[in-house]
Design a protein around this ligand. Sequence first.
Ligand code: DAT
Ligand code: MG
Length: 138
Amino acid sequence: MTERTLILVKPDGVKRALTGQILARIEAKGYTIAKLQQLEATRELLAEHYAEHEGKPFYEPLVEFMLSGPVVAIVAEGQGVIPGFRSLAGTTDPTTAAPGTIRGDFGRDWGLKVQQNLVHGSDSVESAEREIAIWFGK
Ligand code: DAT
Ligand code: MG
């Protein structure tokens, strides 16, 4: 079934001018870019987006990092795009994410922890629909 996912190029990816290469990988895999906008997140928006992580030790540093520069929000479409993009992105920690993945190829430990891992991708149909509404409206 065709599904949609919410992808973010995080501030580290935008600052390092990797947006084009990340988009190219999404398109090369055969997914469609349905919506795309660059914007500055707000604390309120991030509180909604990262609600599941509120209270965790990495929550505040994560929000501060996400406020440190513009992000590119993308809605990508295609069969299996939710697990498919997470597979393209690689595992959370860029130090050990597999080569060939976005995090594995472009990310590493810069001494500023795991949050600098270039991209976000929704992890289920429910979170995708919730996150698309947060970043693009209903
Ligand atoms: P993912 O982005 O792979 O879905 P997640 O949803 O568990 O990972 O966490 C959201 C973000 O929070 C993640 O991209 C980076 C940051 N993060 C997760 N676990 C962390 C940790 N143990 N220390 C620091 N940052 C962490
Ligand atoms: Mg997640």
